[in-house]
Every structure is written in C-alpha cells, then in structure tokens.
Write a protein that binds this ligand. Structure first.
Ligand SMILES: Cc1cc2nc3c(=O)[nH]c(=O)nc-3n(C[C@H](O)[C@H](O)[C@H](O)COP(=O)(O)O)c2cc1C
Length: 352
C-alpha cells in the first residue's frame, strides 16, 4: 500500500503528500479582479495539501467567465497573486495557478465584451451574472489569425505566474471552457486547421502548452482535461481519438503533469494513463465527496500518482491532517461557494 501521506517528487517540486487541492472557483477577487489578502489567507490555510491548484483564473479580460474571478493579465493581479504565493510558501505549501479562458461560457454583462469561441455556437443554458441568471448569447468565432493572440495571452499569464512566485500553471482544458471547446465537435465546427479532425481539434491546446512550456519551462506546466465530460454543453464524438492526438502532441513536451477529471461512468483515464509519459493526477468528479478509500485505491491500483479532492478541501482547511487521523470532516456549505466574503471561505474550523 502506497503511503498517501508521504512526500512525492513532482518534477522539481517536493510535495508533502499525494493529495492535491482541486481548482475551486470562489468569486472573491477584489478591485480589478485581483486576489486579496483574504484569498492569501484562504490558500495558506490549505497549504497542507501536497499541491494547491488555484481557482480558474482568466488570462485575458474576455476570458473571464463569472463575476469576481481573478485574472492574471494586469500588474495589480500579478501583485495579488504574489500575496497568495508568499502566504502558501510561508506555510511550506506548493501552488500552481489554473489558467482558465472561459470562451463561450461567459456573458457581455460580465466582461463588456462578446464572448469568443471556436465557432459561433451558442451553449445551452444560463450563466450566473451580477444581474442574475442570463441565457448564453451567441459567441464570436475566433478568426484563424487571432489564435496566435490567444496563445500569447496564456504565455503572458504564465510569465506573470512565475513573476508572482507561483510554482507553475495548470492549463484548464476541461469542463467546457475555451480549450475544451476546441477539443469537442459540438462547439468546434471550424473548417481551418483547428477543426474537422482529431489532430486539428487538439492543435490549439498543443500550441498553447508548447508555447507556455517554452516560456516558463515544461516543469512548471500542468494541464487538466475532462474527456467525455458534458459540463457546459460539451458534446464530444471521437473522444478517444481526440485525446490520443492531444497526448501524442503533449508527451514530447515533458510537462509537469496530466490532470484528468472523469466520472466513473467512463474510463478514458485508463487509456490516458497508459499513453501518458509523465506524472498523473486523477479527480473522480462531482459524484459525491471524494474520500480517502477512493484515493488509496486509485493510487494503489496504479491508476494515478496523485489524487485530487475539491469540496472536502474547500470545507476542511486541515483536510490532510483529518484524513490522516481519521477525524470527522466539516460539511461544505454550498450556499457560500460563490457568495463573496469571509463566510464559508476562511472561517471553516480546524481541529485543535
Ligand atoms: C465550488 C466549485 C468550484 C469549482 N471551480 C473549478 C474551477 O475553477 N476549475 C476547475 O477545473 N474545476 C472546478 N471545479 C471542479 C472541481 O475542481 C472538482 O473537479 C469537483 O469539485 C469534483 O471533485 P470533488 O468531488 O472532490 O469535489 C469546481 C467545483 C466546485 C464545487
């Protein structure tokens, strides 16, 4: 049995244990969508995880998907992230920022801009805005000539992450945001070199990863995917072929990790684990609270190197210690997930 609570060497990062805190959007950024001292406190409280993956963070103004999510494209935002990085490092933790371009999962009332996407396909459903829930509107299809600019935004944000003292970035290619919109047939109906085949649909994601790795070093770049995930109106057809093409393009880069989010209904993670040359993080998805037994089985079976947990970390700053000692867990309060302020953010109790 592998000891989940023993250190794990992830590239150049020595993690205190194999439990990763999942990226969790909390909508508490301050003025100019910059992380605040409160965010620094929240993340520092959770520095006992092996690795923190931060909430989704937009690499550009148009990439913002929800009110008050932090960005990483201005100097003030970079300074805010420095507060977070310093606070986590002071507690001995490791932290990478998740770079999330929301693409069509956004709204003009949030950014003042028409959302962009691979194709002008309106997602079903509604988006949360300051004015309440609003139906998605038709996004603008990115022109081929604009795609190098999208890549450059990710590169700029990644450079800022390093400047802020963070340990790296996680590229968010999961959950129906811009990068998965390119991977999925339903949202990507392009007829240029970025659509129409598995290799073409994977092209932008590979270009982003390649450029970001070249800019800050592959040992500072992880990537998250959710193959066959349906979140945010994603419809994939050739999932196996698409993700095979993606991994074949990513493997030569020598990235920090591949992070797979998948519900137990499908088992693409098994194929991906076999195909992937580097470290692997697994998150079983919103099927119920992730627990220690699931994590232990996943690691012992060789399905993954590291196990990622979301809501239990949200509600338990000292989750690792609680799991290690078999203590009871605080229950997440869903009403404060996205509510703003300290309540349900920095006030979950720790064991004394
Ligand atoms: C409040 C909340 C916010 C989330 N925000 C993000 C996010 O910003 N980026 C992301 O990739 N996943 C996000 N997720 C998904 C989680 O990372 C994770 O995959 C999910 O909660 C399943 O893990 P769990 O069962 O351990 O909670 C979010 C989930 C929750 C509950």
């Amino acid at each position: 049995m592998t000891d989940l609570f023993a250190p794990f060497q992830l590239g150049t990062l020595t993690l205190a244990n194999r439990l990763v805190m999942a990226p969790l959007t909390r909508n508490r950024a301050g003025a100019g969508e910059a992380p605040t001292e409160l965010a620094a406190e929240y993340y520092a409280q959770r520095a006992g995880s092996g690795l923190i993956v931060t909430e989704g963070t937009q690499p550009s103004a148009v990439g913002q998907g929800y009110p008050h999510t932090p960005g990483l494209h201005t100097d003030a935002q970079t300074a805010g992230w420095r507060l977070v990085a310093d606070a986590v490092h002071a507690r001995g933790g490791k932290i990478v920022v998740q770079l999330m371009h929301a693409g069509r999962i956004s709204h003009e009332s949030i950014t003042g801009l028409q959302p962009v996407a691979p194709s002008a396909v309106t997602p079903a459903g509604e988006v949360y805005t300051e004015q309440g829930m609003q139906a998605f509107r038709e996004p603008r299809a990115l022109e081929t000539a604009e795609l190098p600019g999208v890549v450059a935004e990710f590169v700029d944000a990644a450079r800022r992450a390093v400047e802020a003292g963070l340990d790296g970035v996680e590229l968010h290619a999961a959950n129906g945001y811009l990068l998965q919109q390119f991977l999925a047939e339903g949202s990507n109906q392009r007829t240029d070199g970025y659509g129409g085949s598995a290799a073409n649909r994977a092209r932008l994601v590979i270009e982003v990863a390649t450029a970001v790795a070249a800019a800050i070093g592959p040992d500072k770049v992880g990537i998250r995917i959710s193959p066959a995930g349906k979140m945010n109106d994603i419809a994939e057809v050739e999932t196996a072929a698409t993700y095979a093409a993606l991994l074949d393009g990513l493997n030569p880069l020598g990235l920090l990790y591949l992070h797979v989010l998948e519900s137990p209904e499908t088992s693409f993670h098994e194929q991906l684990r076999a195909r992937w040359d580097g470290p692997f993080i697994f998150n079983t998805g919103f099927t119920g609270p992730s627990d220690l037994a699931t994590a232990q089985t996943a690691v012992d079976s060789g399905a993954t190197d590291l196990f990622c947990i979301g809501r239990a970390f949200l509600a338990n700053p000292d989750l690792v210690e609680r799991l290690r000692t078999g203590a009871e867990l605080n229950v997440p309060d869903t009403s404060t997930f996205y509510a703003g302020g300290a309540a349900g953010y920095t006030d979950y109790p720790v064991l004394v």
